[in-house]
Design a protein around this ligand. Sequence first.
Ligand code: XMP
Length: 196
Amino acid sequence: MRGGAGDVATGADPLDDLDRVLFHEGEIHRRLDELAERITADFRGKPLTVLAILNGSLVFMADLLRRIPLPLQLGCVSAASYHGGVESSGVLELGGLDRRVVDGRHVLLLDDILDSGLTLSGVAGRIREESDPLEIRSCVLLAKRKERPVEVAADYVAFEIRDEFVVGYGLDFAERYRNLPCVGVLRADVIAAAGR
Ligand code: XMP
């Protein structure tokens, strides 16, 4: 049941804040089975490192990795856009890169969602500048169908979605909803109430 504007973000069940569910847990897991099969075939016999971009990809990463029966290594990186003044400089700060798991290896970058594409292209660019991988490919849970300011496409995409704000299965709104087992669209009044 949906709460009124007064109990926005205070309800006992975060699911109540969704306008609708796009992908239930079972559907996500079935799709991850397919993606993992492709990834396993593509990287078999190659030194593979999965690099998860924090924090949004954590749930996706945990479920995907357990479906890939390869001797892979795992790393996590953080990405933050640097705002030098009123306008963003467009510089992306990369944190946590461990060259020991990247140099001379095939890197599969994992992110929760491909939206503007700035994060994925920025992270890949910084990894190339700061280390020496054999190649970098990328895998996202969601990709929005939209024009992007940068030319970037993920090599593996679980689901394509319309250009609307989604949460759950790792994705947050103001750090909430990451633990929802599904992906859904937030109610407009929940978003509006947060802006008050
Ligand atoms: P882009 O591709 O725009 O995405 O660099 C960067 C990060 O922004 C977050 N993001 C979202 N988070 N719902 C969310 O909960 C969304 O619809 C959404 N779009 C972008 C996400 O962390 C992504 O990695």
